[in-house]
Structures are given as structure tokens and as C-alpha cells.
Design a binder for this molecule. Structure first.
Ligand code: UD1
Length: 430
């Protein structure tokens, strides 16, 4: 079988999103749990000899793909509304098949978890959106530094260790996935592990908190140095998934474009500081409250220059939705991507809708204000899909978005959330 980084495409549903544009958005949208936290917290639960409860788990298809792996490993899952319980006491550490691992990127977290607990893992290369080559060399370097032997045959990886020993690991790049995966592997290693140049994303703090509740001894998440003192056993614990700052950012951008007192609720405003700074620079009208922000559409937006950075910089995951706001600023803005080499899937669709964009490598020059027009377009990845929804909401006429499974893997109940605040949006069979 031919393996691609985006095997996900093969299972695409025969549905499309239909949007009738230019309807104002008012009322309140409540943000769910963070996808990027939840997809690490679910595998993390397998470190426990006991039952873990994870609350506020978002209802996204990436969660279902992880559940399939957890069940494949013979663990029990029960779901009650948005709280899930995972019992890993009967875990059977078998090969995680290619069919299961390619469904999402975060399947690589089972590497760190199973290596930590069983000193043995067999798994295939993960899947995920096609936004760049997405290597896992930094994860593997970290595992090797802890004493693991990594064998690669085709796309299959076998990781073994007689014992894992704490080490000093300096990441060449502050990778989110590698930081979390090394934290997992080091939890039950002998002695102290120090991760230098660690990623500082807020989701990593959420994961450290969970691991510590399970008995791990970790400090420093949220800074660039994380210290892990190995323990011999971990137990069941309970954690709340933090709010999704990227989902929040996406709806905040919608409020900037179409809000008539649109409130985005259930957020931690500090997590979106880089976005708010740019919105202020553009002249967007918004008011932050303790856990919410209320936005109103502004007609005279100023252009800005944006460079995506690791946290706390402007998030790469908001690059694509932000581009839609930039098409509505009066003048020339730039958007430069520095994290992923192929976060460009939204540009052809925006051009087709009437945007003025020039692309030079990973830097886009966007000149506004342009009227966008509804047409048929394709989601190429999760955040490109979000951008196309924003574009459809402000476009004249009707927009048809295909390959919508990319969107549903990371935005819970997006059609319902938007319909409730006045958008004319639906999913229909093709
Ligand atoms: C996570 C997020 C994703 C976000 C990204 C950057 C999850 C599930 N996904 O992805 O939404 O866009 O952080 O904020 O949390 N790299 C290597 N070698 C490695 C690992 C990464 O070269 O072993 C490179 C990548 O190719 C990329 C950069 O490092 O250029 C960032 O990757 P990383 O931070 O690891 O992203 P993910 O954890 O995959």
C-alpha cells in the first residue's frame, strides 16, 4: 500500500459545507477544550496503573481516532458528556497498525507513553495535515538520549530499552510534539531529565499538571527548561482540558469581520495575547472580560505585518484564518510563515474568491480591501479549512467547501456554533 503523510484524505466524506455569506454574527459562542492538549492527555492516561478522568474533551474526529488506538491496546473508555474515563489496567502493548497511526499526527504520543511504561513500542509513522514534511527526528533523538534503541523498517518504528535513564536533552528546535513526547518517556526513567530549548506552549503546562497529578515529578513547563525526576509508578488522576486558544482565535477573527456584539466565551484571554496585539494594531473593536471577549465589525481596518513564531509569538495555527482578515484591511499586509514550509493551501481558494495575494516563498503580501465572492473551494488542511469558512462568511453569494473532514477533525460542532449566532451555514451531502 502506498503511504502518504496525508492518508486521511482517503477516507474523505461525501459532504460539503454550504455558506450564504454576509450575515452578521451576534450572541455568544462557547469555546471547547484544546485539541492540542486533549490529543496528548488521552495517550498520557495510559501511563497510569489506574483510571484517569479527562474533562472538557472536545468533540472532534481526532479524539475518535485516538480512542480507536486506546481500544486497540485493550484499554477501556467510557464517555459521559465531555468527560472521559480511561482504564489502562488491562493494557496489551501490541503493534499500533498503520491504519490506526496515520489517522492523526498525535498518534506519535503513544511512542513516549509506551516506551516509558513498557520499554517497548511498535508503531507506524503518524499522519496529520499536509502542512510540511513533519519529521519526528527530535522525538527519536530524545528517546535515544534516554537509552532507547530505535529500529526503523519502512514506515514502522520499534523502540526498545533495557532501562531508561535521565539525560540532558537540548532540542534543536522548540518542537511542541518532541517536548511532550520526551516528557512522557522521561516520567518513569531513572534519575533526572532536563529538556532545554523546550517548547513553551500553554498546552504543555496542562499536560505537566496532569502528569504531576498522576504522580510524576515535573517542573518548568511553560518555560524553556523542563525538569523531570523519574518515578517508578504512576496512578489515576483527573484533569480539565484547557480552552482551545486556536478555536477561540478563529471565532475572534470572525467577530472582527462580522461581529455585532459577538461574544467568544470560555477563553483564557492571555493565551491569545499575540492575536489581540495584532487586532489592536489593525483597529479592531473588541472588549476583553475575565473569560470572554466581545467583538464588533469595523469598516476601516489597518494593514499589519505578521510573522508566525513559537509561543508566545503569533501562532502558526492562526496564520490561515488571519489571512482572511488581512484581505479586508485597507492597504498592504504581510504574513510570513516560519514554522511549517507548506502552510499555503488556503491561498488558491482565496485568490479564486477575489483576494489580492502575492506569494514569495513563505511570505504572502495581501492587499485589501477586496470583496470576496462565493465559489467552490477545497479545504487542504484543518486551518486552511477554517480560513475558507471565514472567507465564505464574508463573501457575496454562496460558497461551497469540499474535503470538510479536515475541518471536523479540529473544530467541534462548528456548524451548530456558527448557526446559533446567525451564520447561514450547513453541511449537505454531495
Ligand atoms: C503542534 C501542533 C500544531 C502546531 C505546531 C506548532 C499538536 C497536535 N499540533 O504540532 O497544531 O502547528 O505544534 O505550534 O499539538 N520538527 C522537526 N523535527 C521533529 C519535530 C518537529 O524538524 O522531530 C519541526 C517541524 O517540521 C516544524 C517545527 O519543527 O517545522 C514545529 O513542529 P512541532 O512544534 O513539533 O509541531 P507539532 O508538535 O507536530
Amino acid at each position: 500500500m502506498k503511504i502518504s503523510l496525508c492518508m486521511f484524505k482517503e477516507g474523505m466524506s461525501m459532504e460539503r459545507i454550504v455558506i450564504e455569506g454576509r450575515h452578521p454574527l451576534s450572541g455568544s459562542i462557547t469555546i471547547g477544550g484544546a485539541k492540542n492538549s486533549a490529543v496528548a492527555l488521552i495517550p498520557a492516561a495510559l501511563l497510569a496503573d489506574g483510571i484517569c478522568t479527562i474533562k472538557n474533551v472536545p468533540n472532534i474526529t481526532d479524539k475518535d481516532a485516538l480512542f480507536d488506538i486506546v481500544k486497540h491496546l485493550n484499554c477501556e473508555i467510557t464517555e459521559d458528556n465531555k468527560a472521559i474515563k480511561i482504564d489502562s489496567r488491562c493494557l496489551n502493548n501490541v503493534l499500533i497498525t498503520q491504519e490506526l497511526s496515520v489517522k492523526l499526527r498525535a498518534s506519535y504520543y503513544f511512542m513516549g507513553v509506551l516506551l516509558s511504561k513498557y520499554k517497548h513500542v511498535e508503531i507506524f509513522f503518524p499522519g496529520g495535515c499536509n502542512i510540511g514534511s513533519r519529521p519526528i527526528d527530535l522525538h527519536l533523538k530524545g528517546f535515544k538520549a534516554l537509552g532507547a534503541k530505535v529500529t526503523k523498517r519502512g514506515h514502522k518504528y520499534t523502540l526498545d530499552a533495557e532501562e531508561l535513564k535521565g539525560a540532558k536533552i537540548k532540542l534543536d528546535f522548540a518542537s511542541v510534539g518532541a517536548t511532550i513526547n520526551i516528557m512522557f518517556a522521561a516520567c518513569m526513567a531513572k534519575g533526572r531529565t532536563i529538556i532545554e530549548n523546550a517548547a513553551k506552549e500553554v498546552e504543555i503546562i496542562n499536560i505537566m499538571d496532569f502528569l504531576n497529578k498522576m504522580g510524576a515529578k515535573i517542573s518548568g513547563a511553560g518555560t524553556d527548561t523542563i525538569i523531570i525526576d523519574g518515578v517508578t509508578k504512576m496512578h489515576g488522576a483527573e484533569i480539565d482540558v484547557i480552552p482551545d486558544r486556536i478555536e477561540a482565535g478563529t471565532y475572534i477573527l470572525m467577530g472582527a469581520l462580522l461581529g455585532e456584539n459577538l461574544t467568544v466565551d470560555g477563553i483564557i484571554p492571555e493565551h491569545n495575547e499575540a492575536l489581540f496585539n495584532k487586532l489592536t494594531e489593525m483597529g479592531v473593536s473588541y472588549q476583553i472580560d475575565k473569560n470572554s471577549v466581545t467583538l464588533n465589525k469595523t469598516d476601516s481596518l489597518k494593514p499589519v505585518d505578521i510573522i508566525t513564531q513559537v509561543y508566545p509569538g503569533f501562532p502558526t495555527d492562526l496564520n490561515q484564518p488571519m489571512c482572511v482578515l488581512l484581505t479586508q484591511a485597507n492597504g498592504t499586509s504581510t504574513m510570513e510563515e516560519t514554522i511549517w514550509e507548506n502552510r499555503k493551501g488556503h491561498y488558491p481558494s482565496l485568490l479564486k474568491m477575489g483576494a489580492k495575494i502575492e506569494l514569495d516563498g513563505n511570505k504572502a503580501t495581501i492587499t485589501g480591501k477586496t470583496d470576496l465572492k462565493g465559489t467552490e473551494i477545497n479545504a487542504t488542511d484543518l486551518r486552511a479549512g477554517a480560513a475558507l469558512i471565514l472567507a465564505g462568511l464574508i463573501a457575496e453569494g454562496t460558497t461551497y467547501i469540499y474535503d470538510i473532514d479536515y475541518i471536523l477533525r479540529g473544530y467541534e460542532n462548528i456548524i451548530h456554533k456558527l448557526s446559533q449566532v446567525g451564520a447561514k451555514i450547513k453541511i449537505e451531502k454531495i
